[in-house]
Design a binder for this molecule. Structure first.
Ligand code: HGY
Ligand code: MN
Ligand code: MN
Length: 397
């Protein structure tokens, strides 16, 4: 585990933000794909890249009713070392553990790396699994652009894929019998329960909305206050409305982590401001209610400042309830580990609508994630390997 994580330690380091910036099909993530492919081949796993850029490493011939495990290697901007990679490295280690004890799977087993889970480049989370399952329109996906205006179609073509083939992959989906994703916990649930490993019960409903405020670009010194239409004001109102709206809805969260003024000069009144809202709650009615309240505040503030605003829903996923039978079966195999909900989205959340899916969590001492301080202790990572190996042995035995 330590060696595998050390292999990745210098890939995609972000000196400006700290932590790692590894995004779908960018240089760092392509380097991680090469690393994964080499590690899989070293284990005599057959590696295939599907039409959507997801990497599948097969123990045995690909076939129906496979037991699939894995996660993602991309990160958020300035992310930690464990979100994604822990699920991939423990999966490779679990194969080693099973091989060392002479286990031979009775059904196909695969370790998978899904593409662009964080949406850090093209803005849609779990892009690889949304494409795989048809949860996103392929044409709309091809047109997604990164901050430099590069389309997903161009990025996958540069990575050697045919953009025309992006889209629902019934053949690949048909091979998956059950999916188990191991992930560092993004929260302190296991710390409070004093447990190294847990299973997931549910994922919050969550979505992303893009607000574009338009006003009048002008000079910061020469423009009187009464003559301004400054989109930064309604943008700021939205940020504050997000916290206010979420604070009075039970267990809701709303975040603005990304606000981009155009042109972005210190002595320039912005002409437009793009603001991305991430909102989540235990169910869709609550999530939608929070977003509606925020959008109403944004519209009112825009009108007051003589600005206009457009709102675009960029992604949405309803609450995910993981397969209770599989959850309880694995909790039992692991000696009765706790089941806990998560506020973080995962590829497992997309696949859960198609195949019985479970998640294993490994304790995160501080609970911090999506930041360089994200951490898991080596002993807990090892407990994760043992747990995942036991889960795979049970399901593929
Ligand atoms: O945003 C999320 O919840 C996940 O980490 N992609
Ligand atoms: Mn994440
Ligand atoms: Mn993740």
């Amino acid at each position: 585990m330590r060696d595998l994580l050390a292999d990745l330690a210098d890939v995609g380091r972000d000196p400006r933000r700290g932590g790692y910036s590894r995004h779908g099909f960018d240089r760092a993530e392509l380097e991680l794909r090469e690393w994964f492919t080499a590690e899989a081949l070293r284990r005599d796993l057959g590696v295939r890249t599907d039409r959507n850029g997801n990497l599948w490493a097969w123990w045995g011939e690909p076939g129906a009713d496979a037991v699939v495990t894995g996660s993602h290697l991309d990160s958020v901007p300035g992310g930690g070392a464990f979100d994604g990679p822990l699920g991939v490295t423990t999966a490779l280690e679990a194969v080693d553990v099973l091989r060392a004890k002479g286990f031979t799977p009775a059904r196909p087993l695969a370790v998978v790396v899904f593409a662009e889970e964080e949406g850090g480049r093209f803005g849609v989370p779990c892009l690889g699994t949304r494409l795989l399952t048809g949860a996103i329109d392929a044409d709309a996906a091809r047109r997604l652009t990164d901050p430099d205006g590069v389309t997903l179609a161009e990025a996958v073509a540069d990575a050697g894929l045919d953009p025309a083939r992006l889209g629902r992959d019934d053949e690949a989906l048909a091979t998956v019998g059950r999916f188990v994703e191991l992930h560092v916990e993004q929260g302190r649930g296991l710390v409070d329960l004093d447990a190294a490993v847990g299973v997931a019960s549910s994922i919050l409903a969550h979505g992303r909305w893009r607000f574009t405020f338009s006003g009048e670009g002008n000079h910061a010194g020469a423009t009187l206050l009464g003559d301004r239409r400054d989109p930064m004001l309604p943008a700021s109102a939205l940020v504050l409305a997000a916290r206010r709206a979420a604070s009075h809805v039970d267990d809701a969260r709303a975040t603005v982590g990304r606000l981009v003024p155009n042109p972005g000069g210190t002595n320039v009144i912005a002409s437009t401001v793009d603001v991305w809202l991430d909102a989540r709650a235990p169910d869709s009615p609550r999530t939608r209610a929070v977003v509606e309240e925020i959008a109403a505040a944004a519209r009112a503030a825009a009108t007051e400042e003589g600005c206009s605003v457009t709102v675009t829903e960029e992604s949405y996923g309803d609450t995910v309830h993981f397969d209770a039978g599989l959850r309880d079966e694995l909790a039992g195999v692991l000696g009765g580990v706790p089941a806990l909900p998560t506020g973080a989205g995962h590829d497992a959340g997309i696949l859960a609508a198609h195949v019985p899916t479970a998640m294993l969590f490994v304790r995160n001492p501080t609970g911090v994630s999506h930041a360089p301080a994200e951490h898991a202790e080596p002993a807990d990572c090892a407990a994760g390997v043992v747990a995942l190996a036991a889960a795979l042995e049970r399901l593929a035995g």
